[in-house]
Design a protein around this ligand. Structure first.
Ligand SMILES: C[S@@+](CC[C@H](N)C(=O)[O-])C[C@H]1O[C@@H](n2cnc3c(N)ncnc32)[C@H](O)[C@@H]1O
Length: 341
């Protein structure tokens, strides 16, 4: 099954229980250490059965009783200064790796507090991410349900929250989530994919294995500072009409590799989606995506976003348009960019 189909299946069957591995959280979140200092962090999609059993934080005395998560109850807050010793003592009971990582690094990272809303969709206990008062927190870190990723991001952006969250690669293709990337309200984190997920039955699905399409098709999305957004790409290529063909049905040129963006082309360039992980908004402007653009020529059978004329490309097809024959091929989806002055 292709990545897109698998993610769609996860979405339609509401199979949201893909549990994040400690090593993935550690390798990404640690890159943001300085930006976590003094922050009240909220983990809104991190229900953990150990909370129900009161194994974890009960002894501190300042957290509520076992009914804490009943009927939209309070959000559990771990004040690092007050609770450090007890929480450390009981770390082994915490199952959610986000909480485990943050609590165990809270002191070193100088995190102010960690809050867990503990929603469990099976019994409807806890607080849904839709119902949280975000004004009490500075930063959201979590892996939200795939099936609600778009709504989740919309809520965070509406509430002007800082965030570092896991989401499906398909968010780059979604009109709304892509519009946030285009408007520089959200961008990618560092890791190119996740190494794996754990399922509630304990089974691990790893990216390196054949069955690992879901972790392979996941990214970190954030609006925290990432270094690559300040690094200018070194561009060594110059524009030539031979190397960079014009699209047949759109005013722009095809750049099939991100590292071959011509330094001197003033118009619109179509680049692979992987460009997003190198996007510096001071160097480039994102105009849109190939599937969203207005095409200047349409004809029967025209399903691809863009076409390029070629008499030699192995995937070319023959078309008759207004009585004239054309040999065209369709590149993959493209992000449309322009150099900034
Ligand atoms: C992809 S899992 C990730 C779990 C955990 N954060 C982790 O990474 O190991 C998403 C979690 O969000 C929970 N969830 C589903 N709907 C929710 C909602 N409306 N609000 C908060 N959490 C929700 C799911 O039950 C699931 O446990």
């Amino acid at each position: 099954m292709a990545n897109k189909e698998i993610l769609l299946k996860a979405k339609t069957t509401k199979n949201d229980e893909y549990l994040t591995l400690y090593e993935d959280i550690s390798s990404e979140v640690s890159r943001f250490k300085s930006q976590l200092k003094g922050k009240n962090i909220l983990c809104p999609c991190d229900w953990d059965e150990s909370y129900d059993g009161e194994l974890v934080f009960k002894e501190e005395g300042y957290v509520g009783p076992s009914t804490l998560f009943d009927k939209g109850g309070t959000i559990k807050n771990i004040d690092i200064k007050k609770s450090k010793k007890k929480v450390e003592k009981n770390l082994k009971h915490i199952k959610c790796n986000f909480i485990k990582f943050l609590v165990s690094h809270a002191d070193d990272y100088k995190i102010k507090s960690i809050s867990v809303s503990g929603y469990n969709p099976k019994n409807n206990k806890g607080v849904r991410f839709q119902d949280i008062d975000y004004s009490k927190y500075d930063l959201v870190i979590t892996n939200p349900p795939f099936s609600q990723f778009r709504d989740f991001i919309e809520i965070l952006i509406k509430n002007k929250m800082k965030f570092l969250v896991i989401g499906p690669l398909t968010a780059l293709g979604n009109k709304i989530t892509f519009s946030y990337i285009q408007a520089n309200k959200m961008w990618l984190g560092y890791s190119s994919q996740l190494s794996g997920f754990k399922l509630p039955n304990g089974k691990r699905i790893m990216s390196k294995d054949k069955e690992g399409s879901i972790p392979r098709a996941c990214k970190w999305y954030t609006n925290l500072d990432v270094s690559y957004r300040n690094d200018r790409m070194i561009l060594t290529e110059k524009y030539s009409s031979k190397k960079y063909p014009k699209y047949f049905n759109y005013s722009g040129i095809e750049v099939s590799k991100t590292n071959e963006i011509p330094a001197d082309y003033k118009g619109v360039m179509g680049v692979p989606v992987s460009f997003i992980s190198k996007f510096n908004p001071k160097q480039f402007e994102i105009i849109g995506k190939s599937f969203q653009t207005q095409k200047k020529i349409r004809w029967e059978g025209d399903k691809a976003a863009f076409w390029i004329e070629s008499k030699t490309h192995p995937k070319r097809k023959e078309f008759k348009i207004n009585g004239k024959k054309y040999s065209l091929y369709a590149p993959f989806e493209r992000i449309l960019i322009k150099h900034k002055n």
